[in-house]
Design a protein around this ligand. Structure first.
Ligand code: PLP
Length: 431
């Protein structure tokens, strides 16, 4: 399978090249040349398959040119060594819990898959690869954890000082080894701008092979399709039209779900729920795409004003607005509504949602008002303790802290403070 650039000014590449370069030379995102549907029998009998078997069959066509089957099996063993349970919230609504991995966010799947692929591609390659990544919170921890100790790969994480939660900061600043954290005096947008500038800076790229571990990288984006299939396996017997609601920021997760649908998974509709950063909900209303600066919210992993993967969604629907609209809706919710919903769910069911999951639930509920005979799955994208202060303050509870989190809380933060692009540049040139 080849991958092409969505800017159409660069040659097609194989999976390994797309992973190593992250973004095409013409600055376009890579996209698979073809998505071959899986046989009907795969979906018809999916409940007889293990998650590992499902994953292997689904991801194989995208990577098989550059990863042998035995290696792919080994990678999937490592990546998928935790559960993806469905929890019933209401009669027609379940949560798909994606937070049972090492950093308790769904990004563990993509980050670990990418780390394993890059580690494999670096074997026998003398040139070291530097993964440069900007995080608003969750990406940093998942990437740090996934890449820790991977030979031939160094990781540099930029995060906005004082704007990530304490747990998130610990997860990305305490590992050491091949992971360096840069604490930026600025916002997430500043971090992202610096990263983009570094990719274009010849003085750096002359000396260093840089790649991105944001969801623009195909190795982080594509494996996210797998847990949509694991969810389908669990809810298929409900015998209703299935809809997925995905709390969205950069729109990589929802886009991966749509790839699962292209593979033949029967889904009636996708809902992307956002916080007040409503560039896509506005687009779905007006047909005009107008990016804007991001606004800080309690669901900080979705504070994105110009979602990088939305262009992939448009490509999946051949840039046809009416086709997209048939299969996709997007709604925005503010923090007050989100908190009220966390409370409502908790009071009714004792289920604790994190602010992102609560936004996903809201999207689903809104859609089901007009489409009552559907069965809804919303993605619970992070464990509530990752947003401890919001959860405590909103629900008046003190949730118990899981082992994964306790382990990092006691460790010492190590981060280099930088306040401008020059700080990043000199770090990259020296290290
Ligand atoms: C990253 C993240 C999101 C947004 O996912 P996208 O793929 O960027 O849309 C939602 N919730 C949580 C908890 C996240 O960490």
């Amino acid at each position: 399978m080849k991958f092409y650039s969505l800017n159409h000014q660069s040659p097609e590449v194989s999976f390994d090249e797309a992973v190593i370069s992250g973004i095409a030379p013409d600055k376009g995102l890579y996209f698979p040349k073809e998505i071959k549907p899986l046989p009907y029998s795969f979906f018809d009998k999916i409940e007889l398959l293990s998650n590992k078997e499902i994953a292997f069959t689904a991801i194989h066509q995208f990577v098989s040119e550059t990863i042998p089957d035995s290696k792919l099996n080994a990678i999937l063993d490592e990546v998928l060594d935790f559960d993806f349970p469905i929890v019933e919230i209401e009669e027609n609504i379940v949560a798909l819990e994606l937070f049972h991995g090492p950093t308790m966010a769904f990004k563990d799947v993509g980050a670990r898959f990418m780390a394993n692929c890059l580690g494999y591609f670096s074997e026998g390659n003398n040139e070291e690869v530097t993964v440069l990544v900007a995080t608003s919170g969750d990406t940093g921890g998942a990437v740090a954890n996934g890449f820790l100790g991977v030979k031939g790969v160094k990781v540099v994480i930029l995060y906005p000082s004082g704007k990530v939660s304490e747990i998130q900061e610990k997860q990305l600043t305490t590992l050491g080894k091949n992971i360096t954290a840069l604490e930026v005096d600025g916002t997430f947008d500043d971090c992202q701008r610096m990263v983009k500038r570094a990719f274009l800076d010849n003085e750096i790229t002359k000396h260093k092979k840089l790649t991105s571990a944001n969801s623009i990288n195909v190795a982080r984006w594509l494996p996210q399709l797998l847990y949509f299939l694991f969810a389908f396996k669990q809810v298929k017997a409900k015998g209703r039209d299935i809809v997925f609601s995905i709390p969205s920021g950069n729109f990589g997760n929802v886009c991966a779900g749509m790839v699962a649908q292209k593979l033949g998974m029967p889904v009636k509709h996708f809902i992307a729920a956002t916080n007040v950063n409503d560039t896509v909900p506005q687009f779905m209303k007006t047909g005009e795409y107008q990016p804007k600066p991001s606004t800080a919210t309690i669901s900080n992993a979705m504070d994105v004003g110009d979602p990088s993967n939305f262009i992939r969604i448009r490509e999946l629907y051949e840039n046809d607005f009416s086709k997209l609209k048939e299969n996709f809706s997007s709604y925005s919710f503010d923090d007050v509504t989100t908190k009220a919903t966390m409370t409502k769910i908790y009071n009714k069911t004792r289920y604790v949602t994190d602010p992102h999951g609560a936004v996903g639930y809201l999207g689903l509920q809104h859609y089901q008002k007009h489409n009552p005979n559907t069965f809804g799955v919303f993605l619970e994208t992070a464990h509530p303790v990752k947003f401890l202060d919001v959860v405590e303050e909103t629900l008046n509870i003190s949730p118990s802290i899981p082992e994964q989190i306790k382990k990092v809380m006691g460790k010492t933060k190590i981060a280099l403070k930088i306040s401008s692009y020059d700080g990043l540049k000199s770090h990259l040139l020296q290290s």
